[in-house]
Design a protein around this ligand. Sequence first.
Ligand code: SF4
Length: 347
Amino acid sequence: MTAPPTSAATAPLLALRDVRVRIRTARGTITPVDGVSLDVHRGEVLALVGESGCGKSLTALTILRLLEPPARIEAGSSIRFEGTELLALDERALRAVRGRRIAMVFQEPMTALNPVHTAGAQVAEVVRAHERVSRREAMDRAVAMLATVGIPDPAVRATQYPHELSGGMRQRVMLAIALVLDPALLVADEPTTALDVTIQAQLLDLLREAQRARGASMLLITHDLGVVAEMAQRVAVMYAGQVVEEAPVGALFAAPLHPYTEGLLAAMPRAGTVRRELATIPGTVPPPEAWPTACRFADRCPYAWQRCRTEAPPLHDAGDGRRARCHLVEEPARRADRHAPAAAGTA
Ligand code: SF4
């Protein structure tokens, strides 16, 4: 577990503690985010990874309280940002944080952008929502920001509507909206997934440059470990609503501690290797109403033994900034007894 903050200088910019999201459904109450604790430090990129359905996007939405009912954040959860408990803020105070101090970049800009406003107006509107500036000044800043995010002819593009722009261009407009007020934290949820590979690479470069140049922090949500390797300093892996591993990126890629992370890495296509078939993790993430009561990964884990099916593993501190929710941290000899999960399945 990360040490509690000691001063403003050393405190994490963002600290999630024991965050739980509950949803009442026709089949009962589920907890798709179940006790998540995470820190994002100043100037760092923390990647949150996992398959779809593991709770990573819901976790991101809790930060700015953007969850839609019937989802709700449970009492006892804590989200501190710049020393302020976000879960205690009223809607007005929260609006002052949204956009100005924390900005979000979503996966699908066509749904996040307003179709009836021009690109320039949407960037300018963010400026005017938070600062007392004239329309003219806000639009000048919008055009300058569109240029910064690599939009050619920004003054012309500023007058165009989202449907007149390409997918890559729309995502750049989203980025301009996110960056125009110099936020301290960017929350980017699969920011390039919907785009083709070349545009993805350009936008990731842009995102990384913008984050570094501004000294901002980023929580980057992705299912793509290639993106993690390029962008992040630390990574947290989620499975079935919980963080199952947290580590500096280099250490995680060199020697993952959790079998789920091992499986994700084995399934990652690598440049320069010819593999006709890609290894996958057998099975799928179980739905929240069917999570095993002991280790949630047990049904898919090649190392599972009796203890895994009777005792829920805690998030063990494994030293050097590493944590893993797995009994193998206490019984490492069992790892050597098994074959690596890379050979566990193919697709
Ligand atoms: Fe696998 Fe057991 Fe570790 Fe769960 S606790 S991930 S089943 S080895």
